[in-house]
Design a protein around this ligand. Sequence first.
Ligand code: XMP
Length: 440
Amino acid sequence: MQQDMIVILDLGSKENTLIARDIRALGVYTEIHPHDISAEALAALPNVKGIILNGGPNRVVDGAAIDAGSAVYESGIPLLAVDHSAKKADASLKSWPADEAGRREAERAFVFDTCKAQANWNMENFIADQIELIRQQVGDKKVLLALSGGVDSSVVAALLIRAIGDQLTCVHVNHGLLRKGEPEQVVEVFRNQLGANLIYVDAVDRFLDKLAGVADPEAKRKIIGAEFIRVFEEEARKLGGSAEGGIEFLGQGTIYPDIVESGTKTAKMVKSHHNVGGLPEDLKFELVEPLKMLFKDEVRACGVALGLPDSMVYRQPFPGPGLGVRCLGAITRDRLEALREADAILRDEFDKAGLRGKVWQYFTVVPDFKSTGVRDNARCFEWPVIIRAVNTVDAMTATVEQVAWPVLLKITDRILADVKGVNRVLYDLSPKPVATIEWE
Ligand code: XMP
């Protein structure tokens, strides 16, 4: 690893991630570590040029003030202490300047003037380093990857293909709840363009049969999750688990926020992350997680650098249960098709209006009731399509996008003309809270 690093010690401040991102934006690599990092762990980190002790109101845990261990103070590495009565820091700041420009200048001065770090963090170096690390970890063994077609799994796949070529096997499970064109795109990009070993599993009937008649949203989620693991496990067994001398590694699209959010010593567990959790005990894999130090925008930049199409890299977030939680109540095939078609029209019109990448998440929902309409001079009784478009930072709260009226009318015209079984289009005006982003 060639690049210089600034270490941010976690004393419980919510700003750690912001600072880590700011400094990476200056071209210098950063990592966030626990405040009580040991001398050995600190010494094992390559090219550490500076340490930031970021305090703040959360640095008191269970009534006691927490501080970095002596390893940090004795390391001889330049320190910047913010909102923290550091014992003997070389450089210290009482608090971050209130404005963003001031904060960035303080970070810049510390990183370049005090630490003399080089701005050598970039995607090209990251990819080169990771290729080397993956090859060291995997040797001549095989790696299995569940490739959903989402941003993270797609970028991991592209990186692993670069690093180990056909030692990688990707499994794409089509559960019938993906958006229009997605399974085809995965096959086209990974099998045809990148030459990957790709196993395409058509599990559409299997999933839809299991879901038939199930109306409760949580029951639907459980079925989809459990069935996915079952299908993936079957494929893994066919390829031979580690016990049979087959595949020993499992690639995963874990990214840095997953790790930061899973809780450090000072923060409560925000949520526990499990990507392909739930695989049975006897299928033991060692994980390969080359994106685990990247933020989402860096994962996208990595995907672009590896040649993935924009439509894959700049996808909006899509829930694991997919269209299954947007086809409300008990899923039927005809209503699912109406949903998929309406969603494709919505995405197409948002693209044409330049809204892709600007609106955080937008999709359609089809409820399981019908209303009266007139079609070809006759009464018709058909489903409505609900459009939802929201903006958010962390998905905990969300505001409604004020989509221009002509865009909505165009989408409505197309849905009413082309989507079978739909006679009404509605726009959901509800912020989160009280409404959640998804309807189920
Ligand atoms: P809600 O509906 O809770 O959604 O406001 C917040 C964000 O989470 C996504 N979401 C899910 N993602 N599995 C997922 O992987 C799920 O079961 C699930 N439910 C909601 C939702 O799309 C939104 O981005």
